[in-house]
Design a protein around this ligand. Structure first.
Ligand SMILES: O=c1[nH]c(=O)c2ncn([C@@H]3O[C@H](COP(=O)(O)OP(=O)(O)OP(=O)(O)O)[C@@H](O)[C@H]3O)c2[nH]1
Ligand SMILES: [Mg+2]
Length: 211
């Protein structure tokens, strides 16, 4: 039997990790994980991922997969884009809606950019997926993971605030009438920015890219 392909996904986000595993593992790609704090520079979506990947490969001294997620509002020429994590932390779901209050155009794109690098000093390859949707008032469970919500009630306020950034924006991103939060995970993973980017990665791996 052929040895399964393996990727070492460097992320501190447990929700991303579980989605990546749910998407890749049924295709025979084994996903290991290291949670490292990687720098996120200012720049284009591609620049942010490329730099995360370069630093991760240096730290791990081996092959790595990283991902950076953006939420781009068309009325705001792509902002918050790669800064969505900090916007979520500062203004939450209501604030994201308020940002678009002055515009009729509520359309947005969720973008996942994965970077793969074979090791220190090697080229970073990018795999990107985009899903078009629109920003709506929060609907569906306002968490990107239930366990985190339970934890939220158990930790002190400051830690709870830090965790809010992991709750994500699934509840305010609507795709064809349903928010990501209202969809079952299987459906989200089929149509999501992350699912599409991982399709590209899987095709590349199946065509011998990692050899
Ligand atoms: O509701 C959501 N549905 C998703 O599908 C999704 N994917 C990412 N996110 C959130 O968007 C920001 C991206 O920032 P990000 O890419 O830098 O991630 P991160 O810092 O959490 O992890 P990482 O950089 O260690 O991989 C972070 O706040 C993530 O929690 C999502 N929220
Ligand atoms: Mg990050």
């Amino acid at each position: 039997m052929a040895t399964p392909h393996k990727v070492n996904f460097i992320t501190g986000n447990a929700n991303k990790l579980s989605e990546v595993r749910a998407i890749l593992e049924p295709t025979g790609i084994v996903v290991s994980n290291q949670a490292l704090d990687l720098p996120e520079i200012q720049g284009s979506l591609e620049d942010v991922t490329r730099e995360k990947c370069r630093v991760a490969a240096d730290l791990v001294k081996g092959p790595v997969l990283v991902e950076d997620t953006c939420l781009c509002f068309n009325a705001l020429n792509g902002l918050p884009g790669p800064y969505i994590k900090w916007f979520m932390k500062s203004i939450g779901h209501v604030g994201l809606n308020n940002l678009l209050a002055a515009y009729d155009d509520k359309s947005a794109q969720a973008v996942a950019t994965f970077g793969f690098c074979k090791g220190p000093g090697q080229e970073v390859l990018l795999f990107q997926g985009r899903t078009d949707g629109k920003v709506v008032q929060a609907r569906g469970p306002t968490h990107f993971d239930l366990k985190l919500r339970r934890l939220l009630f158990r930790v002190i306020y400051d830690e709870a605030f830090e965790l809010i950034i992991h709750l994500g924006w699934d509840a305010v991103f609507e795709y064809e009438g349903e928010t990501y939060a209202e969809m079952d995970k299987g459906k989200k993973n089929k149509i999501s920015h992350r699912g599409k980017a991982l399709d590209e990665l899987r095709r590349w791996i199946e065509n011998g890219g990692m050899n």
